[in-house]
Design a binder for this molecule. Structure first.
Ligand SMILES: [Zn+2]
Length: 129
């Protein structure tokens, strides 16, 4: 495993993550489209926060099952908790995921241009009513 360090823009949020990053995910859902993050999913235990959890602001929306954590000073989102699969996704065989989606743009020393981009069609997820 490779250990990466990462931070938001102002440095208030700092973290480490253990991963072998071989691709990034680019999603077209309503929030990812505006945010422009490139994500990589890791196990829950792979993320170590080096700053205080209290310094993060949690944004929840839609099904309220995802958690978007961002720095309230500079606005950058270093990682998020993906939401639970919807009923339609479960029916399609999507596995629940209990880890973190790391914003690879926030990691030090990663050559983003060298990583293949996997396109995720988040905008086409059918949400439970
Ligand atoms: Zn910040």
């Amino acid at each position: 495993m490779t250990r990466y360090t990462g931070s938001c823009h102002c440095g208030r949020i700092r973290f480490q993550v253990e991963a072998e990053i071989d691709h990034v995910r680019s999603c077209d859902c309503s929030i990812c489209r505006k945010r422009g993050a490139l994500n990589f999913r890791v196990d829950r235990s792979a993320l170590t926060l080096l700053s205080d959890w209290e310094d993060l602001t949690l944004y929840q929306w839609g099904s309220q099952t995802a958690g978007d954590y961002f720095c309230p000073t500079c606005g950058i989102l270093p990682f998020r908790r993906p939401g639970d699969p919807t009923r339609a996704e479960l029916a399609m065989g999507v596995e629940p995921f209990d880890g973190w989606a790391i914003n690879v743009r926030c990691l030090d020393g990663v050559d983003l241009d060298s990583l293949p981009v996997v396109r995720i069609a988040g905008s086409r997820i059918v949400h439970d009513s």
